[in-house]
Design a protein around this ligand. Structure first.
Ligand SMILES: CCCCCCCCCCCCCCCCCCCC(=O)SCCNC(=O)CCNC(=O)[C@H](O)C(C)(C)COP(=O)(O)OP(=O)(O)OC[C@H]1O[C@@H](n2cnc3c(N)ncnc32)[C@H](O)[C@@H]1OP(=O)(O)O
Ligand SMILES: Cc1cc2nc3c(=O)[nH]c(=O)nc-3n(C[C@H](O)[C@H](O)[C@H](O)COP(=O)(O)OP(=O)(O)OC[C@H]3O[C@@H](n4cnc5c(N)ncnc54)[C@H](O)[C@@H]3O)c2cc1C
Length: 674
């Protein structure tokens, strides 16, 4: 299906794989894109943007110095930003920040092997203006932000606090005399730390600070703050700003630090949708729920699920294509070396990656629809659905990022030594995705947020009160006892819910027993957190299994029999994989027997064999263009060795036959003259 331009001869093994694929690859691409029209629009946008002229890099990014890398990323960001500004908005206007933003994000990968310094501008600055400003403030800031006259980021985290937002130390004290806020960083630990683009790129940022007025602190609130001069780009007086230094990844994102020395901003720069300061300094709270200022974080957690699904699809595409091209060892003496994809252990490493990319993509689409419903409710003044959605988005963000990072690393392992090359792109995909497990809420912390909700839901079930949809299963599994075992897909999903219910019940018992011994509730909770994290994880896995299974059935209702068959094989593989991974839990909470476990393993291995002939077709169906994959190992034509050599020859160390260090150090050492 790929319409890569200038494709040369395709590797014979890959060509044969494609010829033997049992289904029409385009059909699955349409399913994953949400319909044929979406695929057509996406491809139009890709054709239009991914031109050689914009993308060409003479020296590979990874061979540049940190400064050159950053400058190249700014150059490309400006080209990309101009494209978005001039042309792409016509594909969806402001809706670009809805579903089409996924296409924009996808294309951005062709421009940036790492990260755009403008990611936070489009990813957080603009969404926060949309979510936290009044209509009047939006009309002032949005046009300037969208036309890139002001370039911004989101500075919440400080050197001393990231997770515990209530512990942030930056202050914004209202001065009614001048109708201004005075921003101040009272300690070293209060310096803002991490915001993407802050180090060198942006001129504005959203600063989250403790609001003080009339001698009282009202907690954290967001403010729009200009930090650099628009003409000279010099930091404004009272601002101390810089870049935080090299990181595991994100090295072109110029993450920065920021401190304020009694820096003044106008009253109207407080984002006033959820709370206001009147001219005389009176504080007016408009947010009845209390956590509406955390809205941008919830939005990004939703986006991140899609983000990691896409990155896992990229890694799986690279690893599966490479495994079809690579031949190694021998199965029987004297036989030709097999494609490494023919090793069952390789299939075990890789097919779960394809299935997980589907599971996370479909879950992300479902989460996005659920989120849209919550946003509509909020627009009508209803915030009842927020606690459930916070619990749901928190655990899905935690589990999807953690699973994707582990599986991307597994893809790298499955490519042997060549997977370690930067030119495979697997190291950069991994370094990007492993950060998602931490930013926008750490894994453990978010699962504990979900656990709070689950424990409350359990107490409601006990009291015979109605439960919200994602926890309604607790009513069914409320009574003690093992869940009946049934090895159908529906049966495995039910058992997953049974395990979650069993773990939540065990947590409730643990907390209550500890309280009975005289401990405070907080201490009892703290001592139970290992179990609480496991319970939230089990709940989340049950939700993903359920959504994946039901969405795959729904989406393939009108598909051809072969597509329905391969999609069912993948969902069944996913459910069996997790049943086997969590077999201890199933033995504890369900009626699964030892014979059932043997049957599960056997079925899992049969599924690997069934999926094997379609593996390349399945990754082709992700339809990720070579420009976006950026990989010597994963290109559509499979010219792996040629590309590895071409990239190696671009290394600056190969530009001269002898490096000067020979004369400066090696030769003196060899001659005993050092
Ligand atoms: C050039 C490219 C173009 C591409 C186009 C653009 C497309 C965009 C793509 C997007 C891709 C994404 C990439 C973005 C990159 C982002 C980089 C990273 C940015 C950041 O990391 S910003 C900083 C994020 N920081 C965090 O997430 C901090 C985590 N901490 C918290 O969220 C909270 O502190 C925590 C842990 C939830 C606790 O809060 P606290 O106030 O202490 O609350 P309590 O624990 O006491 O709970 C009280 C009560 O409130 C409930 N609660 C908490 N949070 C929420 C919420 N958000 N919503 C609703 N309710 C909430 C909580 O459950 C408690 O309820 P109870 O009923 O139990 O009392
Ligand atoms: C690449 C990257 C980009 C980022 N970009 C931005 C940005 O643009 N803007 C911004 O504002 N921030 C940004 N951040 C910061 C990010 O949001 C925080 O790092 C993240 O929220 C985690 O907070 P922390 O660093 O304070 O970790 P900590 O909270 O210090 O976590 C350290 C450890 O303590 C544990 N822990 C902490 N609290 C608890 C608890 N209550 N219970 C149990 N365990 C706990 C955690 O699980 C973890 O194991 C970025 C971070 C990264 C890595």
């Amino acid at each position: 299906m790929s319409d890569n331009k200038g494709v040369r001869r395709v590797n014979e093994d890959l060509a044969r794989e494609r010829a033997n694929c049992s289904f029409d690859v385009r059909e699955i691409t349409f399913l994953l894109d949400g319909g044929e029209n979406n695929t057509i629009t996406r491809k139009k946008i890709e054709d239009f943007t991914l031109t050689d002229e914009l993308l060409s890099d003479k020296v590979p990014d990874e061979c540049l110095s940190p400064k050159e890398k950053y400058e190249n990323a700014v150059r490309k960001s400006c080209l990309f930003g101009k494209l978005v500004k001039d042309k792409l908005l016509e594909f969806g206007g402001l809706e670009t920040f809805g579903p089409n933003s996924f296409v924009l994000r996808r294309i951005a990968d062709a421009f940036f092997k790492e990260i755009s310094p403008l990611l936070l501008h489009l990813g957080m600055f603009v969404p926060t203006i949309l979510g936290q400003c009044t209509a009047e403030q939006q009309s002032e800031w949005l046009p300037r932000a969208l036309s890139m006259q002001v370039i911004g980021t989101y500075a919440q985290t400080e050197l001393g606090h990231g997770t515990f937002i209530r512990g942030l130390e930056t202050t914004a004290t209202y001065d009614p005399e001048t109708e201004e806020f005075v921003l101040h960083s009272p300690t070293l630990s209060s310096f803002k730390w991490w915001a993407g683009g802050l180090g060198k790129t942006v001129n504005h940022c959203i600063v989250v600070a403790q609001l003080h007025t009339k001698g009282q602190c009202h907690g954290t609130h967001p403010f729009i703050v200009q930090i650099r001069d628009l003409e000279t780009h010099q930091p404004l007086p009272g601002i101390k700003v810089g870049e935080i230094g090299p990181k595991l990844g994100f090295n072109t994102a110029d993450n920065g630090f920021l401190g304020f020395d009694k820096y003044r901003i106008p009253r109207m720069n407080m984002m006033m949708k959820n709370a206001q300061i009147l001219k005389d300094g009176t504080y007016v709270k408009l947010d009845r729920h209390g956590k509406m200022t955390y809205g941008t974080m919830v939005f990004i957690r939703v986006m991140v699920v899609n983000e990691v699904a896409f990155n896992l699809a990229k890694a799986a595409t690279i690893a599966v294509r490479y495994s079809a091209v690579r031949r190694q060892s021998e199965k029987k003496p004297g036989e030709p070396e097999p494609q490494i994809l023919d090793y069952v252990t390789q299939q075990h490493k890789l097919f779960i990656c394809i299935a997980t990319a589907h599971a996370l993509q479909l879950t992300s689409d479902w989460l996005w629809r659920t989120f849209s419903g919550v946003v509509t409710d909020i627009k009508h003044g209803k915030t009842d659905s927020l606690p459930e959605f916070h619990a749901l988005s928190s655990c899905l963000k935690a589990i999807s990022t953690s699973d994707a990072a582990l599986l991307i690393e597994q893809c790298r392992h499955s490519c042997g030594g060549h997977g370690y090359m930067m030119s495979s792109n697997l190291p950069l995909i991994y370094s990007f995705v492993t950060a998602t497990r931490t930013y926008e809420g750490d894994y453990t912390v978010l699962l504990l947020q979900t656990a709070r909700f689950l424990i409350k839901a359990w107490e409601q079930a006990e009291a015979g009160k109605p439960l919200t949809p994602t926890v309604s299963y607790l009513t069914k599994y409320f009574k003690d006892g093992r869940v009946p075992w049934d090895s159908t897909s529906e049966g495995i999903v039910n058992a997953a819910y049974g395990v979650a219910a069993g773990k939540i019940s065990a947590c409730v018992k643990s907390i209550r027993n500890r309280v009975k011994t005289g401990l405070s509730y907080e201490d009892a909770w703290d001592l139970t957190t290992v179990q609480l994290v496991a319970a939230a994880e089990a709940h989340c896995r049950a939700v993903i299994c359920d959504v994946y299974r039901s969405e795959a059935v729904r989406l393939t209702e009108k598909s051809s029999p072969n597509v329905r068959a391969v999609m069912r094989q993948l969902t069944t593989l996913y459910l069996h994989y997790w049943a086997l991974e969590r077999i201890g839990d199933l033995l504890r909470y369900s009626a699964v027997s030892e014979e059932d476990v043997v049957a599960l393993q056997q079925k899992y291995e049969e599924l690997l064999a069934l999926i094997r002939p379609d593996a390349v077709g399945l990754v082709d169906a992700f339809d990720i263009r070579d420009e976006i994959l950026n990989s010597t190992l994963g290109a559509y034509d499979g010219r792996v060795y040629e590309r590895l050599m071409e990239e190696a020859l671009k290394s600056p160390l190969n530009a001269e036959p002898v490096n000067r260090s020979f004369h400066m150090y090696l030769k003196p050492l060899m001659q005993g003259k050092l």
